[in-house]
Every structure is written in C-alpha cells, then in structure tokens.
Design a binder for this molecule. Sequence first.
Ligand code: NDP
Length: 256
Amino acid sequence: MNMQDFRLDGKIALITGASYGIGFAIAEGLAAAGATIVFNDIKQELVDKGLAAYEEIGVKAHGYVCDVTDESAVNDLIATVEKEVGVIDILVNNAGIIKRIPMCDMTAAEFRQVIDVDLNAPFIVAKAVIPSMIKKGHGKIINICSMMSELGRETVSAYAAAKGGLKMLTKNIASEYGEFNIQCNGIGPGYIETPQTAPLRVPGNPFNEFIISKTPAARWGTTEDLMGPAVFLASDASNFVNGHILYVDGGILAYI
Ligand code: NDP
C-alpha cells in the first residue's frame, strides 16, 4: 500500500459548475491532494465569485464561463483548457439543476431542461475529454449522481430520470473506455447542506424531520463529507474501481 497513490500532484482536474456548493468542496479536496483546479460555471458573475472563493482558501484555480449543455461551447472550453493549462486528467461532472414540480404539473420543456443539464451535459463533456485522455494513457471521470439515481420521489421526476440515466452512462463509459485506462465512477450524495437544499433545511419542515429521522448518521451531510470519496475516485488508489456509484449518504439508502 503506497499512500502516494492518493496524491494528485501534477494532475489537472476540471470540475463543472464549481463556483460554490458540492463542486467547490470537491475542487478544494482535489487541490489539497495536489491537483491543479479548472472549473467552469454558466455565468461570469458565478465564475468571478468562484475565483474569489478559491483565492480565499489559497487555491489557484482557472475559471471559465461555459454552458455545459452547449456542445460547441464545451468543445471550445476543452480546447482552451488544453492550450492554457494542459490536458485534463480528471473530469468531475458536477453542474446540475433540480426542478421540484409534481410530474403532471411539469411541462415537457421543463422536463427536457433538467435532462439536458443533468444527463446530456455529462455526456457532452465526457465525450470532449475522452480522446485526449486516451492519448495521455489515463483518465478519471466522476459523475455526480444522487440518491435519486436509485429512488423515485414526489416532485423530482425529471431529476430522478436524469440521475438514473447518469448512473447508467457512468457504467457505459466504464465498460467502453476501461481498456484505455479510463475509470468512470459516480458519487451519489445524500442530502447535503448546500444553497440548493437551504429551503428544505428549516426546523419544523416535515422533510427536514424526515431526513434527520431516516439517516442513520442523524444529520444532513456537509460538502466536506464528499472530499475524501472524490479524492479516492480521482486517484490511482481507485485504479481497479470502474463503473460504480459511491453513495455518500450517511447510510440513508441502506435504511429507507
Ligand atoms: P447546484 O446544483 O445548485 O449547482 C451547481 C452549479 O452548476 C451552479 O453554479 C449552477 O449555476 C451550475 N450550472 C447549472 N446549469 C449549468 C449549465 N448549463 N452549465 C454550467 N453550469 C451550470 O449545486 P449543488 O452543489 O447543490 O449540486 C452539485 C451537484 O450535486 C449537482 O449535480 C446536484 O444535482 C448534485 N446533488 C446535490 C445534492 C444536494 O443535496 N445538494 C444531493 C445529490 C446530488 P446556477 O447557480 O446559475 O444554477
């Protein structure tokens, strides 16, 4: 066992949608392990906010504006990163959206928008980085899935469909590109304290009580809880782990 296998020195990691929240924390973890951080977000204000936040924690990050649902913008982003920073060793498909709307009240356009960001975009970004990973002889792709990759729940039909699809895309990339020394795995966060879940985390809110009572850890997860699993899946320590989803959920999936 060589602890150096967990290090990411000399590796370049692209984390999508990582100005704040889970993506930012994962980037912080990868940077602590030695990786150079590249991130994108959908708007310049978010990229600026992200750059300031990375500077505050002492991480020199490279930030770009890019809508991950736009294939030509993604291809331009990857070409720019390769020129300005280098070939990407680690891709974390983190950017995502959720729309909490009962299925029969949801329009087809709203459904499509969620599928576009949460499923089509990881395909687009992975497709853009894999050729260079093949040339380089290795690559790590981590898709941020969800408990909803396994479960259905009221008001999240599009999100569950997208995240379930992302789980299967993960397995497919693993089986199709494993022979090129590319490992593709997913992380399935449980209920995590982020701005996305802030409206749910109100004391007295029945959903908040449900989470606390059903999670064996009896708490919401923190973004920090995702750092170690991300470093593991990005590192050589996980070179024989391919096509799996690592649920980081305080045990709730084992219980409900
Ligand atoms: P968010 O899901 O709110 O957002 C992540 C970032 O992605 C935001 O900066 C967002 O911008 C950006 N983004 C949205 N659409 C695009 C796009 N088309 N192109 C580029 N960037 C985009 O943050 P979280 O930290 O909560 O979630 C991160 C990931 O973790 C998501 O995939 C989410 O589904 C998943 N997840 C989160 C859980 C949680 O409890 N929070 C639980 C399970 C999974 P903007 O702010 O403008 O929307």
